[in-house]
Design a protein around this ligand. Structure first.
Ligand SMILES: [Zn+2]
Length: 85
């Protein structure tokens, strides 16, 4: 996939925020300031969403793990398992 196909995460959130503020004006609510969000990133290796194939979240939304770290974890677990046959 080329860089052209990647969605600009912050830009997308900003557009959504602007649209929500327009709705707030219509309904008479106070518009809220835009807070630049951090793109989601792996809690283990620090790679952001655009750098990995998949990013899985835990039940607690603050912790995320990417597909690469899952593979590394699986390799470690495989090495720990006893080789009895
Ligand atoms: Zn990772």
């Amino acid at each position: 996939m080329s860089d052209d196909n990647k969605i600009d995460y912050v830009e997308a959130i900003f557009q959504l925020h602007e649209a929500t503020n327009k709705l707030r004006k219509i309904t008479g609510e106070e518009p809220k300031p835009f807070v630049k969000p951090k793109p989601p990133f792996c809690s283990f290796c620090g790679k952001c969403k655009n750098e990995v194939v998949a990013l899985l979240s835990s039940p607690s939304p603050e912790i995320l793990i990417c597909n690469e770290c899952i593979r590394k974890a699986q390799e470690i677990i495989d090495g720990m398992e006893p080789n009895e046959s």
